[in-house]
Ligand binder design. Structure first.
Ligand SMILES: [Fe+2]
Length: 473
């Protein structure tokens, strides 16, 4: 597919896409980046070195800008602006390069909706541009736009059916649109094509999580975990985080805590994605009454510089909860004020996320962290109808639902809590903790028979899981 001579001009990359002003080195760097990004690898330094040296092919600094912007940090933003400036100065960029520049510019300006729209256009016109799809899906993810996530996957798959990464990308969009059976089939297709596809593993983990197929979830993720050693810290810690979620639901709390210490926290403590995996896991362990010791203090020590980040509300809310659980009161106060200010400055497309959800949710999370459960239940209840708008995946956002539920139970909103738990039980009938929580509430409500049944079912499930584990061991 590749074609280039010694000269620069319109040459093609490994996907058959024309690249303006590229020579063999530029094409090699772009092909390398595409594979590394889709594989969630960690050898991006190699690409950045090539991008730093490049003087004519605009796509290299544009891609470098997108890479550093995906770090969700002020440093990444400043660096991204410099790379974009360099790209703009390069001569004779073609239509695709111009579109990439516009999408990156919109990201820098905080217009994620515009970036998403441009990436969708790029994918529509050049469906072989897999990184345009990857970035488009990232923006859709950050905006909580599951339909866009799926649209992009569908468009890519129509033209790239021989590429296993694309099957995994489409699977995740299907899962986030609650088309679980199709998502599972797509993820398994990707893995059948190539065992080492961590994003396809991840999509399948989401499917099994959505259905509460806990034993299968653990077995599957363990069976492919050897391949994650080549992954960057986000993908590595996030797939282990998924495994920890299954362990928590199986009542294997000690093992989940061990995964926190050995896999989820400690790879790159300064990185936002590592941080939220750690925060979400600690919070979920605490909701199951696990004493997490001094771990909040350690995580929170990396968050003090994030009080005014506001890149994605979904991230901010988790930083805030960690700071609150670590007892960093002045930081929490400062971040709450900053979030309110951010909500006031929100553009129309992001008003629901910041004003309707993030602000009341942040106050609710702070209330929960200090033990004011009635206030937490009230404020989180206000935020919950808008939860999807803050970004993140269904499984990640479930953390906020779990904290809301905990606040409802602890503040005596028994009927509301029962409704949520019954819905959970219908979707994921194999979780003993759900049945135990239901039994406790039924008892409070004087529904003794239902309490006995729920307790019995919880014991049966727990016994079944112990037996499976005994056989596996
Ligand atoms: Fe996930």
């Amino acid at each position: 597919m590749r074609s280039w001579g010694g000269k620069r001009g319109q040459v093609k990359d490994g996907q058959g896409l024309e690249v303006a002003n590229a020579d063999a080195h530029a094409i090699e760097a772009l092909d390398f980046l595409r594979e590394e990004w889709l594989a969630f690898g960690k050898r991006f330094d190699r690409f950045m070195t090539a991008a730093d040296k490049e003087e004519r092919c605009a796509l290299l600094p544009v891609m470098a800008a997108n890479l550093v912007l995906s770090m969700n940090s002020h440093e990444g933003r400043a660096l991204g602006a410099r790379y974009l400036e360099r790209a703009r100065k390069m001569p004779d960029a073609g239509a695709r390069e111009q579109a990439w520049i516009a999408a990156t510019d919109a990201w820098l300006a905080g217009d994620g909706d515009k970036s998403l729209a441009i990436h969708e256009k790029i994918v529509a016109e050049w469906p072989a541009d897999l990184l345009a799809g990857k970035l488009g899906q990232l923006h859709a993810f950050n905006l909580g736009d599951a339909k866009a996530l799926l649209r992009i996957g569908t468009r890519l798959l129509g033209e790239n059916g021989d590429n296993h990464y694309v099957w995994g990308m489409h699977a995740f969009g299907l899962e986030e649109c609650n088309r679980i059976d199709e998502a599972e089939a797509h993820a398994r297709k990707a893995i059948a094509m190539q065992r080492q596809d961590p994003w396809a593993h991840h999509a399948l983990a989401h499917c099994l999580e959505a259905r509460g197929r806990l034993v299968e979830g653990v077995a599957f993720l363990q069976s492919v975990s050897d391949t994650w050693e080549a992954c960057n810290s986000f993908m590595y810690t996030h797939n282990w985080w998924h495994l920890a979620l299954f362990l928590i639901d199986l009542d294997r709390l000690d093992e989940a805590l061990t995964l926190f210490d050995t896999r989820v926290w400690g790879v790159w403590k300064e990185f936002s994605e590592d941080q939220i995996n750690a925060i979400s896991l600690l919070a979920r362990l605490e909701l199951r009454d696990v004493d997490v010791g001094g771990r909040w203090a350690d995580v929170a020590s990396y968050l003090e510089q994030r009080l005014h980040d506001h890149f994605v509300p979904f991230l901010d809310l988790q930083y805030l909860y960690a700071l609150a659980r670590a007892g960093r009161h002045s930081a929490v106060t400062e971040m709450l004020a900053s979030l309110e200010d951010r909500a006031e400055r929100a553009k129309p497309f992001e008003r629901e996320a910041w004003a309707d959800c993030a602000v009341p949710a942040a106050h609710g999370l702070a209330a929960h962290a200090r033990g004011d459960h009635a206030e937490a239940a009230r404020l989180l209840g206000q935020a919950m109808p808008h939860l999807q708008s803050i970004g993140g995946s269904i499984a990640q956002r479930a953390l906020f639902g779990a904290i809301h539920l905990d606040a409802l139970i602890r503040s005596g909103w028994n009927d509301a809590a029962v409704k949520i738990l019954q819905a959970d039980e219908r979707e994921r009938p194999g979780v003993p903790a759900t049945k135990r929580a239901l039994a406790g509430l039924y008892r409070k409500l004087g529904r003794a028979e239902q309490a006995l049944t729920a307790d019995y079912q919880a014991d049966q499930l727990a016994h079944q899981y112990r037996t499976v584990r005994g056989v596996a061991a």
